[in-house]
Design a protein. Structure first.
Length: 218
């Protein structure tokens, strides 16, 4: 199984997300990809990657045949090849994308957050996808031990190598604390949907600015 560092995971995860959520603006320019990587919503952790960071990650990912560069006029654009290289179905692509961008999550969280990527009929359908990915000859995901006080166990991807026990504990504890002190699941899901909508609108506005179709008033 491939092993990607944190920057490579964020870059390829952002490409996967934008292909499914905003196909009209895909493949992405370098500027658009940097913005997608550094997006504040639907990212855990939030990162501040530079163009140089993203360029380096793209070069390394291309050596692994996980991304490809397209010459589109004066601007190079980038696309992922995760689906082809890892033989992913649409539901598996959605799950992989979410795990790359947001870290370990429960099947219920993945089902809710995948709404714009792939529609799971219910949590059992999401669980079936995860179990199929875990049962591969080279497993892509793993079910983590349930953290103390947590109602459900979380799943993590294995594209960065084996998940360390310390990381599991830290992620589970922070997620549990957030859910315990935060809003209800329905309100949290609605807030996430609104944040993602704002991010999409910001990305579209940035594309218009880049091509000169819109210039903000001074």
């Amino acid at each position: 199984m491939i092993q990607l560092n944190a920057t490579e995971q964020r870059v390829v995860g952002a490409l996967m997300e934008k292909e499914m959520t905003t196909p009209e603006y895909y493949p992405l320019s370098l500027n658009a990809l940097v913005n997608a990587c550094n997006q504040k919503s639907s990212r855990d952790p939030v990162m501040e990657l530079s163009e140089a960071d993203v360029r380096t990650a793209l070069f390394d990912l291309e050596q692994l045949n996980l991304t490809r560069t397209q010459a589109d006029g004066r601007v190079s654009k980038f696309e992922h090849r995760m689906r082809d290289q890892l033989n992913l179905r649409r539901d598996e692509t959605a799950v992989t994308c979410l795990l790359l961008l947001r870290g370990p999550q429960t099947a219920a969280e993945l089902r809710t957050r995948a709404e714009r990527l792939h529609t799971f009929d219910d949590t059992q359908a999401a669980t079936a996808t995860l179990e199929r990915m875990a049962a591969r000859e080279e497993p892509m995901v793993v079910l983590l031990p349930k953290a103390p006080g947590a109602r459900e166990a979380r799943w993590a991807h294995l594209l960065g190598g084996p998940v360390e026990a310390g990381v599991i504990a830290d992620v589970s504890a922070s997620s549990h604390a957030a859910s315990a002190g935060g809003a209800s699941p329905a309100v949290a899901a609605r807030l996430e949907a609104l944040e993602e909508m704002v991010a999409v609108l910001e990305a579209r506005l940035k594309v218009l600015e880049d091509c000169g179709a819109f210039r903000p008033q001074e």
